[in-house]
Each structure stands twice: as structure tokens, then as C-alpha cells.
Design a protein around this ligand. Structure first.
Ligand code: CS2
Length: 496
């Protein structure tokens, strides 16, 4: 079998059996610099831009990817070898798949090795947007106070050495300073992370940093840079070896980092840009004056719904989200959480029927071909739950609404962090920057039932709320006594 390496030169031979970029990639300018090229960026924004280049032939809006973390090294090596090309494998629920080669990332800069190049690219006149997928944790704020975390040693370094940035904040200010000094218009900063008011959060954090670093630049950024909020959506599991093998066996294609995703795709953005934007509305992107209700709906239902399946699912021994959905007890628990605890806090959303939306989430989660790992969903729960789930509990405490489903998930999370094994005693793969701290807190359960909740920047003042504590204690006692997820969920469902 003659295996073909994915790269620009081989596109001609691959085009016979695969959809390949038809546009002249060399002629495309990088109107967008994207920081944080992971699986999600490549299934979502880069795919929209690929369609734009292909169907609307807009050559100003290619993407230059930037990696700021040591963890991006492997991505940098692979993208370089493949001329930034990759395969997108869309997995349909009926078992069909569609494979396309995506060409919208036209360049990639590994900023750890060449920081000046990354700054220059952001400061280049062609760059009109700097977009971000830096994960929930990347915004460097304290979830309880909402304030910028100046204790971060990298931030301290950047304040002393503005020309040697390490974090996104240092790179953005260095590039914006260059633009200002050269009389160039500011770029838009477009956050594509799952954080409510993601643009506002990005703005608040960057301004806090800039104010300390350079007050005159702070004033310029405040006046010139736009930070539209946006809601992004496409389920994108972690790429596994089986997808690499699949391409080899079916298409004789060697792609070291293909991306797998579901067919569903959504992007809602506030139409507020500093320096122009691509005509994405022609590809189905919704531009709205206020994205708040859409992002709240998505984060509180989809992202929290994932955690509500994933954490107890891991304890029960499920490894994928579709397996959790095949388990009726877990699936109906999640639906009850959505109906009884989230929906009452969302209110009415213009143009959206929430029942239809929730039904579609159930179908998407159940897609048997996505095989989205429970370990991905539970990864970085310490950054996700304060944004996805805890606000629903807090709002229900104020409104006198139901809290039992959400509270059970927090008790299950404590148990999961303490034990690290499922009911069959198999180890659970826990991926969390704060894994050790969570474990240390959780394991003090025998001495202090509420110990886990005392991590103030995650749980806020939940541990001081009497109604919450009463329910949490009941739940955590029950789960430590017998971690039988099915039995506990059935009891909670019944206890109305
Ligand atoms: C997931 C998201 O990471 C998670 O916990 O809920 O990655 C989710 O798959 C995406 O936000 C879907 O748009």
C-alpha cells in the first residue's frame, strides 16, 4: 500500500479521493491570528474559514495559528510537516463519515521559540482579528472575585519584562503597543472559549494587566480594541490513534493529527469589530447585538450537561458520553437537571424553543460514532464547574429553586477526586491542573465532611449556605456509604 503524506505538494494526488482545498493557499493573507490551535479551533473556526475561502473566495481572511505553551510543541511539529493541512472527519449518528482536508490555517508560529515573530505577525497590517481558544483556565482570573490573578509568576515576569512575553496577555499588549506606535488600527480580540461573556472577560483581564504594565497603552486599548462576545459550539473529541489508522486504511493518507467532530456546528457573535470582519453570515454564523442569552443557554445546558453525565459516569465505569446516554438512569438524571434546575433560570430566549434545544442536545450526546471520552469531559473540572454548573446552584439558592441534581454532582466530584477509581476499582484517568489539591481536600472527608467545598475560588460561599450544606451532606454521606450511582440517582429522582 502506497501511503501518501499529507502536505501541500501531495494535494494533487489526494484530490482524486478526498475533498481538498481548491483555493490558492499561497495567495491568502492571514487576516486572523489565532492563539490556541487545538482540536476545537480546527473543527470550528478554521472550518468556517475554510468554507469562506472555498465558497466565497475571500483571500484576506486566512488564519495564522500561534502556540504559546510548551504543550503546543507537538502540534507545531506536525502542522509544520503537513504545511498546516489536516483532515476533518465528521461522524454522523447513522455511521456515515465525511472527510475533508482543511487548508484555512496557512501558517503557524510556535511562539516559545520565536516570540518576536508572533508579536510581529499580530502587529502586521494584514492582521485584523486575534482570536482565542485558551480554555476556561487561560483567562487567569479568580472565579469567585472575577479579578485578574496577579500572583501568577508568569504575569509578574511579564510586568517586569514587557519585551519577553509568556502569556496571552503579554503577547497581546506587546503587539498592540507596536500597532499603536506604528499608527495602525487595533485588531479585534475575539474570544471563542466557553465562558459566559467571554469577550467582556477577555477585555477586563487584558485591561487589568495593561493598566499595571503601561497606563498609556491601557488607555489606547480601552478606546480602540473591541472584544465581541461569542457563543461557539461543536463537539470535538480528543483525536485517537484509531482515526489516524482509519485514514491510512481507507484513504492511504498519513495525517498525524486529524480532527473528529459531530455534524452540528454553531457560532453566534456580537457584531462589534475594531477593524473589519469576514462575511461569516454567508456561512450561517449568526451576528446578534447581544449574545448573553445564547451563551448562557449553551454553557448551562450543554457544557454543564456534559459534566452531569461525565462525573457520575466515570464513577460508574462508563468511558464515553454516548455510553452514559445509553444508560437510561444517567440520561434521565441529566434531563431532569436540565428541566428542573437550569431551564427555570434561563428565562425566555428570543427565537429559541428550549425543549427542542434540549432534545437536540440529547441526540448529539447520544451520537454513537463520536465516542467523546468521559476523561475529556471531566478534564479541568476545577476550571469548568465554576462556570458551567455552580452558578446554576447559586441562582437556585437565591430563587428557592431545586438544587438536588447539581448538588449531587458536586458530591460525586468530591468522591471521584478522593478515590480516583470507579465502582469496579479500575483507576479513573483524572486530568486537572489542580488534581493534587482537589485530592488532598477531598480525602479529608472523614474529618471534615465539607472540606472539599472549602476551596473558596471554586465554590465561593456555598459551604456557608445552610440549605445547600444540608443537601450536600446527605448526598456525600450516601455516596461514601455506597457509591452506587444508579441507586442514588433513582432515589434523587424519586424524592420530589
Ligand atoms: C465540553 C465541551 O469540555 C467540555 O466539557 O462540554 O468541550 C463541549 O464539547 C463543547 O463546548 C461543544 O461545543
Amino acid at each position: 500500500m502506497n501511503i501518501i503524506q499529507l502536505n501541500q505538494q501531495n494535494l494533487g494526488s489526494l484530490a482524486a479521493q478526498l475533498d481538498c482545498p481548491t483555493y490558492e493557499r499561497n495567495a491568502i493573507k492571514s487576516g486572523i491570528v489565532h492563539i490556541g490551535v487545538g482540536g476545537f479551533h480546527r473543527s470550528h473556526q478554521a472550518y468556517y474559514i475554510h468554507q469562506l475561502l472555498r465558497d466565497i473566495q475571500h483571500s484576506d481572511w486566512g488564519i495564522c495559528g500561534v502556540g504559546l505553551r510548551e504543550g503546543d510543541r507537538n502540534m507545531a511539529t506536525i502542522l509544520k510537516k503537513q504545511d498546516c493541512l489536516y483532515t476533518l472527519i465528521t461522524q454522523h449518528p447513522d455511521g456515515k463519515d465525511t472527510c475533508e482536508i482543511i487548508g484555512s490555517i496557512v501558517d503557524y508560529i510556535f511562539a516559545i521559540e520565536t516570540p518576536a515573530l508572533a508579536i510581529d505577525r499580530m502587529a502586521h497590517p494584514d492582521t485584523k482579528i486575534v482570536s482565542l481558544t485558551i480554555t476556561e483556565g487561560g483567562y487567569n482570573f479568580n472565579p469567585t472575585t472575577g479579578d485578574f490573578n496577579f500572583d501568577n509568576p508568569d504575569i509578574q515576569w511579564e510586568l517586569q519584562h514587557p519585551n519577553e512575553p509568556k502569556t496571552v496577555f503579554g503577547f497581546l499588549t506587546a503587539a498592540l503597543k507596536k500597532r499603536r506606535d506604528q499608527g495602525l488600527p487595533a485588531f479585534t480580540i475575539l474570544s471563542c472559549d466557553n465562558i459566559q461573556h467571554n469577550g467582556e472577560v477577555a477585555r477586563k483581564m487584558l485591561l487589568s494587566f495593561a493598566k499595571q504594565q503601561d497606563p498609556s497603552l491601557y488607555n489606547w486599548i480601552k478606546k480602540e480594541v473591541r472584544f465581541p462576545n461569542s457563543m461557539v459550539d461543536r463537539i470535538t473529541p480528543v483525536t485517537t490513534k484509531s482515526s489516524i489508522e482509519f485514514l491510512k486504511n481507507n484513504y492511504q493518507l498519513k495525517d498525524d493529527w486529524p480532527i473528529v467532530c459531530e455534524p452540528y456546528l454553531q457560532w453566534v457573535i456580537e457584531d462589534d469589530f475594531s477593524n473589519g470582519r469576514p462575511p461569516l453570515e454567508r456561512l450561517g454564523v449568526q451576528f446578534v447585538p447581544d449574545v448573553t442569552p445564547y451563551e448562557k443557554m449553551k454553557i448551562r445546558l450543554l457544557n454543564a450537561g456534559h459534566s452531569v453525565l461525565g462525573i457520575p459516569g466515570a464513577i460508574h465505569g462508563h468511558t464515553t458520553i454516548n455510553a452514559c446516554m445509553e444508560d437510561n438512569i444517567l440520561a434521565s438524571f441529566m434531563r431532569a437537571f436540565m428541566d428542573k434546575e437550569v431551564t427555570p433560570r434561563l428565562g425566555k430566549i428570543e427565537g429559541i424553543d428550549l425543549t427542542t434545544y434540549k432534545n437536540s442536545l440529547e441526540e448529539r450526546f447520544a451520537n454513537p460514532n463520536i465516542k467523546d471520552g468521559v476523561s475529556r469531559i471531566c478534564s479541568e473540572s476545577s476550571a469548568k464547574l465554576p462556570k458551567f454548573l455552580i452558578p446554576t446552584i447559586q441562582e437556585n439558592l437565591v430563587a428557592g429553586g431545586s438544587i438536588k441534581y447539581g448538588t449531587f454532582i458536586l458530591a460525586a466530584w468530591a468522591y471521584y477526586s478522593d478515590k480516583g477509581v470507579d465502582i469496579n476499582n479500575s483507576p479513573i484517568e483524572i486530568i486537572d491542573a489542580r488534581k493534587e489539591e482537589l485530592h488532598q481536600r477531598a480525602k479529608q472527608y472523614e474529618h471534615d465532611q465539607l472540606s472539599f467545598l472549602k476551596i473558596a475560588d471554586i465554590f465561593g460561599s456555598l459551604a456557608e449556605n445552610e440549605r445547600f450544606i444540608k443537601y450536600y451532606s446527605k448526598m456525600i454521606e450516601a455516596i461514601y456509604k455506597e457509591p452506587n450511582i444508579h441507586k442514588l440517582m433513582t432515589l434523587i429522582n424519586r424524592d420530589d
